[in-house]
Design a protein around this ligand. Structure first.
Ligand SMILES: Cc1cc2nc3c(=O)[nH]c(=O)nc-3n(C[C@H](O)[C@H](O)[C@H](O)COP(=O)(O)O)c2cc1C
Length: 206
């Protein structure tokens, strides 16, 4: 059976830098024999978490919008590739809105102690992030936020591809090693027979 890889592009910029890297990573996954699906998060209607805490009783989110169909896709995928630009040292607002809606998964796990959401499934995820500045610190917040989100999603966090000093739209096209790494990591993520690493592999390029 083929591995299903879901790529989530969160940038508001159509065909932006993180988006182009995500597409390369998905091409790498396909070359490794995976089925891939790409989605652009800004095309979905998602509201922010309103902290109603209804999920503390049910384990599901009470807000009705496109989140329910997104969550179904996320949980059905064997592998996730989550791509974001760096905005003010963190993920972009579109990404954060999706992440915060994961509070229902956190409640499922830590409040209701309901156990595995996809029992027996080997789910894994990697992150692609692109920032305009040369500061290495811009990725610190991403690591923590994504670890927390992936813990709630109950997926293994396998890799980070962090690219600095890429600012203007399309500049990533002039960075062949970043595109090559995206392709390679996408292929590696889709490999069914490998074990997930204990902690995420970091690839940081300038
Ligand atoms: C609102 C906003 C905030 C940003 N904040 C940062 C930042 O904190 N650090 C940084 O390195 N780049 C920052 N940038 C630059 C983007 O990360 C950079 O342009 C990146 O290439 C955008 O990726 P994208 O094309 O995938 O959207 C910011 C850009 C915007 C629009």
């Amino acid at each position: 059976m083929s591995i299903n890889v879901l790529g989530i592009s969160t940038s508001p910029r159509i065909k932006g830098n993180s988006d182009l890297l995500l597409r390369r990573a998905l091409a790498g996954s396909e070359s490794a024999g995976a089925n891939t699906e790409y989605l652009r998060l800004p095309d979905y209607k998602i509201n922010p978490c309103i902290e109603c805490n209804a999920c503390y009783k049910t384990g599901t989110c009470a807000l009705q919008d496109d989140y329910q169909q997104l969550l179904e896709k996320i949980l059905n995928a064997d592998r996730l590739i989550f791509a974001t630009p760096i905005f003010f040292m963190s993920v972009c607002a579109q990404a954060k809105m999706l992440i915060d809606r994961g509070q229902c998964l956190w409640a499922h796990k830590y409040v209701l102690k309901k156990g595995a959401i996809t029992p027996g499934k080997d789910r894994r995820a990697m992150v692609i992030a692109v920032g305009g500045s040369k500061s290495k610190k811009q990725f610190e917040s991403i690591r923590l936020t994504m670890k927390s989100y992936f813990d709630s999603l109950q997926v293994h966090y396998t890799a980070n591809l962090f690219i600095s000093k890429i600012d203007a739209k399309g500049d990533i096209e002039k960075h062949p090693s970043a595109l090559n790494e995206a392709y390679r990591l996408g292929g590696q993520l889709a490999a069914a027979d490998s074990s997930p690493p204990e902690k995420p592999i970091d690839i940081e390029l300038f």
